[in-house]
Design a protein around this ligand. Sequence first.
Ligand SMILES: *Cc1c(COP(=O)(O)O)cnc(C)c1O
Length: 428
Amino acid sequence: MRRTITHIGDHALSPSSLMMSYGFDPKLSEGAIKCPVFQSSTFVFESAASGKSVMQLAYGLRERGVAEDPGLIYSRINNPALEILEDRLALWDSAERALVFASGMAAISTTILSMARPGDAIVYTAPVYGGTDFLFEKLLPQFGIRCYPVSGDLSAASMQASVEAARAGLGTNGRLAAIYAETPANPTNRLIDLAMLADLARGMEAQPGGRPRLVVDNTMLGPLWQKPLAHGADIAIYSLTKYVGGHSDLIAGSCVGSDADLAAISGFRTILGTMTDPHTAWLLMRSLETLSLRMRQSEASAWKVAEALRHHPKVEQVGFLGFVDPDSEQGRIYARQCTGAGSTFSVILCGGEAEAFRFLDSLKLIKLAVSLGGTESLASYPAGMTHVDVAPEMQKAYGIADNLVRLSIGVEEPEDLIADCLQALDQV
Ligand SMILES: *Cc1c(COP(=O)(O)O)cnc(C)c1O
């Protein structure tokens, strides 16, 4: 890692202040204030001996020396732009290390493939993102990895029972490889107690190969409003396509965690080739400079829009995290685990699909598209779009109703967004 300023005296600088400089030494790039795009597939070795030495290190044939820089080889293995981006991403979660990927799904699939073997099982909280659902339900079973969704009651007792049921179905060499959670769940915004899941995972230390890893998809609130590692998660995963990229102009993903956990994932990434590219990494570094500004602005606007819709006669309910009852179990998890409500929420309209479609088709400023977390506000219809592949009875069980629309609030003037929603509701 390149050493740059992180403290002024005893005062620790915050990630938002470090995003403009951390990990980049201008002296190594002609004094450039910004990290250049290292658009290079390969890197020149200083000598044949040093080439051999860095390749041995890359393949794990020898231990890394104290303070030894791993050395650049080839951009599927490492690239300066990716490394600096990873150093910066790790700061937001106070993680030892981060890895960047070609997409959120590349991060999720590479992480899970590095952990689970044929005969193993995964328990996951449902619903999860549509692509993750497909991976767990349709792809991993083809490799003999059984994935068990848990929905409805997500209390400690119920999770314990689900984990025991999954373990009871394991063969002699099978293990529970991971507990996977997405919180808040997309699109229902249901929160899951991460400290409780971490306890559950710790209770299985005695299984061969050690306890299952707790893997958390933190795309919806992170990295500003929720820090899973601080609540006992081993690995937090992001679709950087959403809030971190933040401009709806790139696809990327990441995971953060300990050096030990990420070393295995990094090895899989190198061979599967699921890393991101230098240009996308450069765009992400630009995005990180305004991450905190954008997320705080859109959260403040989301409060206003959600409030304006909450008591509208054509709205049944607004599933905004800021509105959870502080005396409920969800309210207690929110208080413990989240520092903000985020800016993606569901609006449950009176009626069904026809009413939802009239609302969506009448929006003028808010664009009708899947995805979230960009500077522009988006509206979508989970039951027929992101979660269209989830079987109807499962949609019902998960609360993905036919009158539910999802809004992602961007950085437009909130009064303009409210005016747009109100005129669209008039058309319903
Ligand atoms: C979008 C999304 C993903 C997948 O990310 P991609 O970058 O599209 O591959 C995973 N999880 C959640 C919660 C998402 O919103």
